[in-house]
Design a protein. Sequence first.
Lengths: 168, 168
Amino acid sequence: MAKIGVMIDNFFEDVEYTRPVKAFKDAGHQITNLGIKKGRVKGKKGTATVEIDERIRDSDYNSFDAIFIPGGYSPDNLRGHREAVEFIRNFFHTDKPVFAICHGPQLLITAQLIEGRKVTGWRSIVQDIKNAGAEFRDQEVVEDGNLVTSRQPSDIPAFIEVCLKKLE
Amino acid sequence: MAKIGVMIDNFFEDVEYTRPVKAFKDAGHQITNLGIKKGRVKGKKGTATVEIDERIRDSDYNSFDAIFIPGGYSPDNLRGHREAVEFIRNFFHTDKPVFAICHGPQLLITAQLIEGRKVTGWRSIVQDIKNAGAEFRDQEVVEDGNLVTSRQPSDIPAFIEVCLKKLE
């Protein structure tokens, strides 16, 4: 079973955390919530709260089998912190699976990781994805090597399905 | 005195609306709050609420002398709506003043307006600004032709000073 690190901060899109995390746990995978600091972070809809298990600055990227980045405003908050950008860059270069939904690719853009890759994401960041040199695809889920991306909450079932296959 | 349109949505950075708007009003300028729909929008800190005066889709860009885009998550919400992107693109091409602080340049990026321009903005969007072909400057206020940009709340006094000069 895989050890999945979830990079998360305040104003995450509630269901983009809760539903994939439930599916990953139900499949027997282990979840570690990674944040800027210890304590709780809250979803933008106010329906979900997440307890941070490890500070990103204290965390060893080599200890994870996959990283998941839920959307909402959380990825934009994370990428304002150098340790989050360096963590995802180091992990991405191991070529292990990275799952990002909605605004999740923002963190990958700041870490300069998506040039030449097929990527989807929330409609507001389409131009940013293109400007980063990625090939934008308007699909519910896009798989390109180690990277799995989706656009929005309605894509969650397809997103979960592809992520779980990556973890087999 | 100038007629200033403020493009605003939920989760704006409270003081990035309230302080410049107070300064603009104190100098005798007229403020019109432009939003996606009628009603109230709230700041992310919960200290400010703004009543939308006009829907962007009903608004004539030619009726304004300047446009102001406060930061927070508001610009990212706005740029998810085609009418907001088209409105700022049409206005920008009149070469009248555009003021954007913090995440404000996100709306300009989606409208593909900053290539070759000197621009600053909040630290999380620095890579997006560079990827859009702009010349990023890490300064409290950056003036380039009709465009005035600042990084964050602590830049507000310098931002206001340059904006007010543009309106003289």
